[in-house]
Design a protein. Structure first.
Lengths: 333, 333
DNA sequence: TTGTACGCGTTATCAG
DNA sequence: CTGATAACGCGTACAA
C-alpha cells in the first residue's frame, strides 16, 4: 500500500552518465545545460519514466505550487462554475488546486486552513464561510496568500473580491418599477452571508427611496427547496406581491416553479421575478429568468493574477460589477 | 512572494526545551512520548502556530496523502455532485483531493496524470477521458493507485467502477412499453463515452427483442443545448416518437423543454421521457423527470475504501446498479 | 523515554 | 558548463 517506487533524479543521472545536478538543471527552466547533456538526460528520463518530485522541490524552493480552494456545497451550480474557472486559471499559471470541502460551520473552515498550512500551500482561496481571525493572521504571517470571494469581512493582507450587490439590487428595483409592479418582496435564505444581506438591504433601500415598503421573507439554505417554501409564504399573503427579487437563482427557480404549478400564476404577467448568479439553469426555457451574472471568469482572473504579483499593500479590495441579464421573467425589458 | 516563513519542528523543540525528535514523535500517532513532554511540545506548537509539513512528511513516509481527481466539465451537475461525494469521503479517510481540470482530449488527461505523479499522489481517480495505456502503466508501476469511474476500458491494477447501463436501458424500455408507448427513440450526444454507448445499445437491444426498431439520434456534447437540437430532429420526423430515452438528464431537460415550448407537446401524455443521472434539476417541478440515479455516494465509498485496502488482484471491477426513480415524465408509474 | 545521526529527493551555491 | 556539497523539514533506527 505505501510501497511506492518512483524513479528519482539519481537513477536518471546514473543512466545518463551525468551528475544529479545536471538532471536537476535540465528540469529547471532557465538553468544552463549544454544541448548534449540535456538530450541525454531527457532521453534517460523518458525511458525511466522520471518526473520531478514536487514534494521535494517544494521543500527546497519553499513554494509548493499548491493553492487551496475552500468551499462548501460545491455541487451548487454557481460554486461549481466558479471552481471550474479557478482551477483553469490556476493551471494556466502553473499552479494546482487542492479542494477542501467544508460544512457551513466556521470551525470546519479553520480546519481547512490548517490543512492548507500543512501542505504549505502558496495560497488559499475561500469561497464559503469565514475563518477565525487568528488563523488568517497565521496564514498571512507565514507568507501564505489569502483570497476571500464574496466574504465581506476585512482581513489584513488578504485580497477581497466582491460584487456591487447593493447597486445590483437597486437596478433590480428600477426594472420592476418600469415593468409597472407595485408590490415588492425580497426572498432570502436565512444564511446571512454578507453578499446576500447586501442584496436584501440594497433592495429595501431602493424601495424606501421610492416610497415603497419591501416585504422580506427568509428561510433555510440558499437552495431550490427554500424557494418553494418562500413562494408559499409570500404568495399566500393578503397583499400578494407582483415583483419578487430573489437572493439567488436557485431560490428564484424554486419560487417560480411553485408560483406557476401550485399557485397557477403566469410569469411575468402576474408576477415578475429577478434572480442572482446567472446559473446555467436560468437560461433554460422553462425558467428564462432575468438575473444578474456573476463574472466568474473575471473573479478567477483577478484572484489568480493577484497571486502572481508581489504583495502591494495591506488593504486589497476588488469590486466587480454584476451585469443584468435580461430575459423573460420581467415585463418590458 | 516566495518568502514563506512557516515555523518548523526545530523551533518548537527549542521553545519546549526538548529535542526535535520529541516534537516529531508528539505528532506521530502511536509513538512513545511521556505525558509531560507531549504537553510542553503541544503548548509550544500552539503558541508558535506550528503545523507539520506534509511535504516533508510525504517525502519521508513515501505517502503524500494526496489523491488526484481528474475531470472535465466539472460544472456539470452530475460531475459536481460526484466530486463533492469524493472529496468528503477522502477527507474522512484523512486524504486530500487535488483537482485537475481537463478538456476532452486524452492528451490533457495524460498531462494530468503526469501532474499526479509529480506530486507523488497516492492515487488518481479519473472521471473523464481515458489516458494512454503507457501512462497508466507507469502509474501502477510506480505504486500509484488508479480508479476509473464510468470508463470502460481495462487497465491492469486499476479499479473500474461502472454501472449496469445495459440493464437500466432495458428497464427504461419496459417502462415505456407498460406506459403504452409504441414509437421509441434514443437521444444521445456524439461523445461516444462507453457508458453512454452502453445505454444506447442496451435500449436498442431491448427494443429489438420486443420487435421494435429504435430511432437513434446523436448530437454535440452531453448538455442541455444538445437536448434542444435532438428534440428538433426527433420531433419533426414523420413518425414522431412517443417515448424518448435520453443518455443523461441534461439532454432530457433540453429535450423536454423544447417538446413543450416549441412543439406544444404535453409530457407524459403526448411524449414520455426518461433520463439518466438523477441530477437535482430532475426533481424540480418543471421537469419532474423519471430517471436513473447514479449512486454517487456508493461510488465514492467504493473508490475510497479500495484505496485504503492493500491491493488484492490485478483485475478489479465493481458494478453498481442504477436505480429507477419514478416521477411524472412517464405515464403509469 | 529521550537524543543523535542519517536519509528521503530536490535545488542553490560554489569551486573547478 | 559541470560536479560535489549543503541545506530544506521530517521520520526513525540506534544507542543511551
Amino acid at each position: 500500500m505505501n510501497r511506492k517506487i518512483f524513479v528519482s533524479a539519481k537513477e536518471v543521472a546514473h543512466r545518463a552518465g551525468v551528475s544529479r545536478s545536471a538532471v536537476s538543471r535540465t528540469f529547471t527552466p532557465g538553468a544552463s545545460v549544454s544541448e548534449e547533456t540535456r538530450r541525454r538526460v531527457v532521453e534517460a528520463a523518458e525511458a525511466l519514466g522520471y518526473h520531478v518530485n514536487h514534494l521535494a522541490r517544494g521543500l527546497m524552493r519553499n513554494e509548493s505550487g499548491i493553492v487551496c480552494l475552500i468551499v462548501s456545497e460545491l455541487d451548487t451550480p454557481y460554486r461549481a462554475s466558479l471552481i471550474r474557472a479557478l482551477t483553469r486559471q490556476l493551471q494556466s499559471a502553473s499552479k494546482v488546486a487542492m479542494l477542501i470541502n467544508t460544512d457551513r460551520s466556521d470551525n470546519s473552515v479553520d480546519q481547512a486552513l490548517r490543512q492548507a498550512i500543512s501542505y504549505r500551500a502558496d495560497a488559499s482561496i475561500i469561497l464559503s464561510g469565514m475563518p477565525d481571525k487568528s488563523i488568517t493572521e497565521l496564514c498571512v504571517k507565514s507568507g501564505q496568500r489569502l483570497v476571500l470571494i464574496n466574504r465581506d469581512e476585512q482581513r489584513d493582507g488578504a485580497l477581497r473580491i466582491n460584487l456591487h450587490d447593493r447597486e445590483a439590487a437597486r437596478r433590480a428595483f428600477i426594472a420592476f418599477l418600469r415593468a409597472g409592479c407595485r408590490s415588492f418582496a425580497f426572498a432570502n435564505s436565512d444564511v446571512g452571508t454578507p453578499s446576500l444581506m447586501a442584496r436584501e438591504e440594497g433592495f429595501r433601500a431602493a424601495g424606501r427611496e421610492h416610497g415603497f415598503e419591501i416585504t422580506i421573507e427568509r428561510y433555510g439554505p440558499t437552495r431550490y427547496q427554500s424557494g418553494v417554501v418562500l413562494a408559499q409564504r409570500l404568495l399566500t399573503r393578503e397583499a400578494r406581491p407582483d415583483a419578487i427579487f430573489c437572493a439567488n437563482d436557485l431560490l428564484a427557480c424554486g419560487l417560480m416553479d411553485t408560483a406557476r404549478h401550485q399557485f397557477r400564476l403566469t410569469v411575468p404577467d402576474d408576477l415578475c421575478i429577478i434572480g442572482f448568479d446567472d446559473i446555467e439553469q436560468s437560461s433554460w426555457s422553462s425558467y428564462n429568468l432575468t438575473t444578474f451574472s456573476q463574472p466568474v471568469d473575471r473573479i478567477a482572473e483577478e484572484a489568480v493574477s493577484w497571486l502572481a504579483q508581489p504583495i502591494l499593500s495591506d488593504e486589497n479590495s476588488c469590486k466587480l460589477e454584476a451585469q443584468l441579464v435580461w430575459r423573460g421573467s420581467v415585463r418590458g425589458g
